[in-house]
Write a protein that binds this ligand. Structure first.
Ligand code: PEP
Ligand code: MN
Length: 336
């Protein structure tokens, strides 16, 4: 349930509602809005009786929340969440482009790609230092050395950096270097990792599990918000289906569904969805047309030599074309 306060409710009235909720044994979570404060009721086992709260001073309404997720739902927070990542805005009416190699391989590789993607219009740089690889024989990433290179890229280019955290053991280290921390598809339901992310002050990029429903994905985000971090960006990266023409199937319908159900921003990763370069530009155009808040694209200046995901990495000039095309679509949709 959500207790909606009058727009001119006083601090004392809000505090009194919080106390009344807690006296019933529930958890109260005040959510400041543009116009008024609402107070979410969490940890209730059955339905909550609205009459306990409706008569209290300053209370305007009490709305039952029908979804299993609460803090991430639009019922709880009608306004779009806008997130700042090292000075770059993600959410609402912005289109944010994240780009970079799958894995950081060396300082010169990272800087070469970063300079290319920045020039084309990327606002954030991505690159894996700890890589979740299907095979234990594949390149696992440079680890801490990769993080130090990411910090160097930020220093040289001014672009904030995004990188994946794979486990609790390396969380503190990744958190120290990253401007936004990625939780990958394989870890979407790693609940201890989600709780740790909830204690971070850095924004979290939460990728959809490759076989996760949207409800499961939003519940995973709920873990992070419930643990105290409301800066979550969702990333659709394709789901596993029966087809062989792409690595995964990009679920573009996730964008309107998530935008309806949740106030969190949602971006699209066409690279891991496609698994092959020739589909990345068309899927990116479609992602922007369907109102995604951004894209995350893998780019490499020498994809044939890339240590991971070369087949889906765009050449810099292809990425440049992608940026021009998606920007044209974005501006067209915005004006229409
Ligand atoms: C990645 O972004 O490099 C990655 C491994 O993605 P995913 O978790 O979506 O497979
Ligand atoms: Mn990759």
């Amino acid at each position: 349930m959500l207790v909606v306060m009058d727009h001119n409710a006083t601090r004392e009235e809000i505090d009194a509602v919080v106390i009344a909720i807690e006296e019933k044994g529930y958890t109260a979570r005040p959510i400041p809005g543009g116009e008024r404060v609402s107070i979410g009721i969490l940890n209730n086992e059955g339905p909550v009786d609205a009459s306990h709260f409706l008569g209290l001073p300053g209370v305007k309404d009490a709305i039952p929340v029908t979804r299993p997720y609460k803090l991430v739902s639009r019922e709880f927070k009608p306004e779009d969440t806008v997130i700042q990542v090292g000075g770059v805005t993600i959410g609402k009416d912005k289109l944010t482009i994240v780009a970079g190699p799958c894995a950081i391989e060396s300082e010169s590789q990272a800087l070469t790609i970063a300079n290319h993607v920045k020039q084309s219009g990327a606002q954030l740089f991505r690159g894996g230092a700890f890589k979740p690889r299907t095979s234990p024989y594949s390149f696992q990433g440079l680890g801490k050395e990769g993080l130090i290179i990411l910090a160097r890229v930020r220093e040289v280019t001014g672009m904030p950096v995004v990188t994946e955290v794979m486990d609790l053991e390396t969380f503190d280290l990744v958190e120290e270097y990253a401007d936004m921390i990625q939780i990958g598809a394989r870890n979407m339901q790693n609940f201890s990792l989600l709780r740790r992310a909830g204690h971070s002050r850095k924004p979290i990029l939460l990728k959809r599990g490759m076989a996760a429903t949207i409800d499961e994905w939003l519940m995973a985000a709920e873990y992070i918000l419930e643990s105290g971090n409301s800066q979550v960006i969702l990333c659709e990266r394709g789901v596993r289906t029966f087809v062989h023409h792409s690595r995964n199937t990009l679920d573009l319908s996730a964008v309107p569904v998530v935008r309806k159900e949740s106030h969190l921003p949602i971006i699209i990763d066409p690279s891991h969805a496609a698994g092959r370069r020739d589909q990345v530009i068309p899927l990116s155009r479609a992602a922007v047309a369907v109102d995604a808040h951004g894209l995350m694209v893998e780019v490499h200046h020498q994809p044939e030599k890339a240590m991971s995901d070369g087949a889906q990495s765009l050449y810099p000039d292809q990425f440049d074309l992608l940026c021009r095309q998606v920007l044209a679509i974005f501006n067209h949709v915005k004006e229409g």
